[in-house]
Write a protein that binds this ligand. Structure first.
Ligand SMILES: *[C@@H]1O[C@H](CO)[C@@H](O)[C@H](O)[C@H]1NC(C)=O
Ligand SMILES: *[C@@H]1O[C@H](CO)[C@@H](O)[C@H](O)[C@H]1NC(C)=O
Ligand SMILES: *[C@@H]1O[C@H](CO)[C@@H](O)[C@H](O)[C@H]1NC(C)=O
Ligand SMILES: *[C@@H]1O[C@H](CO)[C@@H](O)[C@H](O)[C@H]1NC(C)=O
Ligand SMILES: CC(=O)N[C@H]1CO[C@H](CO)[C@@H](O)[C@@H]1O
Length: 282
């Protein structure tokens, strides 16, 4: 049976995703769907692409002749290209913070240096051959945070916890990408524990203090402090002790007064005694 190239390509497309498919168009962003960078730092979006090695109809090898990275546009196909395109191989701007580290064969890695808040967007890659183009529509959502949103959250609502109790503090931010590198501080001093959650159990007064977390080991971009007060049991015990001592003292005073009253009554010369005396004397 004789097949024309078109039929063959349709059959190949039906056969599913095949790396060896010579008609395959594909863009793969080698990062999570969404990731976050701290303002001022560098973001790299690793990316690779595949394009047909031959043209469906003519069988001619098609070199890629244009690559574009755009933001917030589904196909990077807007006439107002300058608004959406951050990189265009046809119009390279020397001063751009958007650097294309890729090539025209299979690597489409983009680097954004000195990220600013306005860089937060969905980034997509498009490439063209002479005949056709293809956009990786899935894109990558990049968020940029200044670190101001780093917060300590607690498993307890009250900042006062009883001695021996426990509390779990978690460090949250929009930059979840960085969460693995969380550092903890008590009163500004680094704690040995790292990671998004800090478990404090068997609390003692020594755990009282202001807790902060940061997203990098330099200690910059720390959260606002979360204060913990561990209420000592001794204090509670002391309070009970005071009450019982006061009660005992009151009881003792009462008994003394009673005894004094009885004694006074017995020793004081009453009218009956007078009679008695008078009788004796008389
Ligand atoms: C693409 O290029 C970048 C920069 O040269 C490199 O770091 C990366 O490993 C390359 N990726 C692939 C898939 O070749
Ligand atoms: C971080 O998240 C808060 C709400 O959780 C939001 O108000 C703020 O705009 C976010 N910041 C960034 C940089 O996305
Ligand atoms: C907490 O204290 C109890 C009793 O003092 C002890 O048995 C236990 O090992 C302690 N747990 C931790 C995590 O220190
Ligand atoms: C924690 O912070 C509060 C308010 O900023 C401050 O009054 C307190 O002294 C701090 N506690 C410690 C142990 O540094
Ligand atoms: C809010 C804050 O402290 N942001 C800082 C986070 O760290 C970067 C890099 O060091 C600084 O540029 C930000 O000012």
């Amino acid at each position: 049976m004789k097949m024309n190239p078109w039929t063959l390509s349709v059959l190949l497309l039906l056969a599913g995703p095949l790396g060896a498919d010579p008609y395959h168009w594909y863009v793969e962003y080698l990062v999570p769907d969404s990731f976050c960078v701290v303002e001022g730092s560098t973001a790299t979006i690793p990316c690779s692409f595949t394009h047909p090695k031959v043209h469906r109809g003519t069988g001619v090898v098609l070199p890629v002749n244009r690559v574009v990275w755009c933001r917030n546009h589904e196909y990077c196909l807007d006439p107002k290209a300058n608004v959406f395109n951050v990189y265009d191989s046809r119009k390279v701007r020397a001063d751009s913070r958007f650097l294309y580290l890729g090539d025209l064969v299979r690597n489409c890695t983009l680097k954004i240096i000195k990220t600013v808040k306005q860089d937060a967007a969905t980034y997509r890659f498009r490439f063209r051959t002479n005949g056709e183009g293809y956009t990786g529509t899935k894109g990558v959502i990049v968020t940029v945070t200044d670190g101001d949103d780093v917060k300590v959250r607690s498993s307890v609502t009250d900042h006062v916890v009883k001695e021996g109790g426990q509390v779990t503090l978690t460090c949250t931010s929009n930059c979840s990408f960085h969460q693995l590198d969380v550092h903890w501080y008590r009163n500004g001093h680094a704690l040995p524990e790292t990671g998004p959650a800090l478990h404090l159990s068997n609390l003692t007064n020594g755990d009282t203090g202001n807790y902060t977390c940061s997203l990098d080991s330099s200690g910059q971009n720390t959260s606002v402090p979360w204060s913990l007060v561990v209420l000592e049991d001794e204090y509670r015990f002391g309070w009970h002790l005071t009450v019982s001592v006061v009660l005992k003292v009151l009881w003792a005073v009462f008994l003394l007064l009673l005894a004094g009253l009885v004694f006074a009554k017995r020793s004081a010369p009453g009218p009956e005694h007078e009679i008695f005396y008078s009788e004796v004397v008389g």
